[in-house]
Design a protein around this ligand. Structure first.
Ligand code: ATP
Length: 451
């Protein structure tokens, strides 16, 4: 069954089952920031690790980096963020709500705000109350701070609004230390911060979030083929981990959407409950960033091509994804409600690699011999997998609890196990049960969970 899921359902499941909590909740919460609970961290970690595996560890042309979050203003002046990383902010003169002017245009955010409203003079008005809006003001989305004990202009620093610049400023360090030839990539996963005007839709748009970005440095002239390659590669990554194909699409940007230095950008989009939204952007960024950093730092960031004996500034293809947004997408996509006898079974059909808990070990009763055996089994399985042990309430309720968090396999230990040294494995999706000797349990589960 393909349930039409609402965000209320996802938000409440996340809180109830320990995926995501509102941040600083006991103090009334803190505007659109969230904390990842015990299951959320496992989910997020799986997303990061699977991206890292596909983008770095399984390739011989990409290496990793972990750059600092705090950076001097010089970096952000060179990249253009100090002057250009702005959104057009408009206020409603009546209800005081704030909007991004570009979000109010026809078609842009209709799924969230409803159709664009205009007054008799044809001006766009507030989607909330129909009130008149102020002229747009440029609002810089970077979080500014100062470092050190003296607050003056030389101590100004910023929390990074993207991880990408870390790769550009370390281009020569990485290239020299790893002796790389074009094409090669530098990848990074980490937190970014943007003072978003309209955060919302749970963890879809927050002010603190996590990105997974890769800068792929190439010879000028090869950008079109590499752009195509990375768009396909990234689209298939989501499909490979079970995202429903009918809910995933590639949307090339129109000319007027492109940043002035970008040759082409395509977004991978998902059909969220409120409409299509960006999961990842794959941009063909020319040599803009390296050129800017060369100019501003006075350092030569060119690459010497041994074949042509020429210095070139490499072009760049950048697949930029959001880890937190992707984790949310996996949750929404996996959610299902299925009729089960007279009731409804809530189940997350996570791909086995994405599921936060892989196996649950459930003794049929709390009697000591069963508990002892079950705990031994859980201990053995924990060496390789994330395992939950649960002995409270009826077995039916425990299966339901595991279905609701998307655990692919439940291992049930019953009284017969003490005699025949075998246990039952229950499959989350088919609910089929098979009996396997305890001696073969670990290898059976390893095989079932392999990907
Ligand atoms: P949007 O149009 O949604 O604001 P963007 O085009 O500004 O996104 P990029 O700068 O391309 O986003 O960042 C790459 C990815 O980082 C996005 O595709 C998204 O997955 C993630 N991302 C960007 N901003 C946020 C945010 N405020 N909260 C959560 N994830 C974000």
């Amino acid at each position: 069954m393909n349930t039409k899921v609402t965000m209320e359902t996802i938000v409440s499941l996340c809180k109830r089952r320990g995926f995501v909590f509102p941040s600083s909740e006991i103090y009334g919460g803190f505007g659109s920031t969230y904390d990842y609970g015990p299951l959320g961290v496992e989910l997020l970690r799986n997303v990061r690790n699977l991206w890292w595996k596909a983008m770095v560890q399984e390739r011989d042309d990409v290496v990793g980096l972990e750059a600092s979050i705090l950076g001097p203003s010089a970096v952000w002046e060179a990249s253009g963020h100090v002057s250009n990383f702005t959104d057009p902010l408009v206020d409603c003169k009546n209800c005081k709500m704030r909007w991004r002017e570009d979000h109010l245009l026809e078609g842009a955010y209709e799924a969230e705000y409803g159709p664009t409203k205009r007054n008799a003079a044809g001006q766009i008005v507030c989607p909330n109350c129909g009130g008149e809006l102020t002229e747009p003001r440029k609002f810089n989305m970077m979080f500014k701070t100062t470092v050190g004990v003296v607050e003056d202009s030389s101590s100004v620093a910023y929390l990074r609004p993207e991880t990408a610049q870390g790769m550009f400023v370390n281009f020569t360090n990485v290239q020299n230390s790893m002796r790389r030839k074009l094409p090669f990539g530098i990848a990074q996963v980490g937190k970014s911060f943007r003072n978003e005007i309209t955060p919302g839709n749970f963890v879809f748009r927050t002010r603190e979030f996590e990105q997974m970005e890769m800068e792929y440095f190439i010879k000028p002239g090869t950008e079109d083929e590499w752009h195509k390659h990375w768009v396909e590669e990234r689209f298939n990554w989501y499909l490979g981990f079970g995202i429903k194909p009918e809910k995933l699409r590639i949307r090339p940007h129109s000319q007027n959407e492109l940043s002035f230095y970008s040759k082409a950008t395509s977004d991978v989009e998902y059909l969220f409950p409120w409409g299509w939204g960006e999961l990842e952007g794959i941009a063909s960024r020319t040599n803009y960033d390296l050129t800017q950093h060369s100019k501003h730092s006075g350092k030569d960031l060119s690459y010497f091509d041994e074949e042509t004996k020429e210095h070139v500034i490499p072009y760049v293809i950048e697949p930029a994804a959001g880890a937190t947004r992707t984790a949310l997408t996996f949750l929404i996509d996996a959610y299902d409600e299925e009729p089960d006898k007279d009731e409804t079974r809530v189940v997350l059909h996570f791909h086995r690699a994405i599921a936060p808990v892989k196996v649950a070990v459930l003794p049929l009763s709390k009697k000591e011999p069963l508990v002892n055996l079950s705990q031994q089994i859980a201990k053995q399985l924990r060496k390789k997998h994330v395992v939950q042990y649960d002995e409270s309430q009826s077995i039916g309720k425990r299966y339901r609890r595991q279905d609701e968090i998307g655990t692919p396999y439940c291992v049930t230990v019953d009284f017969a196990s003490l005699e025949d040294n075998a246990v039952t494995i229950r499959d989350r999706d088919t609910m089929e049960q098979i009996r396997v000797p305890i001696a073969e349990l670990a290898t059976t589960l390893d095989e079932k969970l392999a990907y």
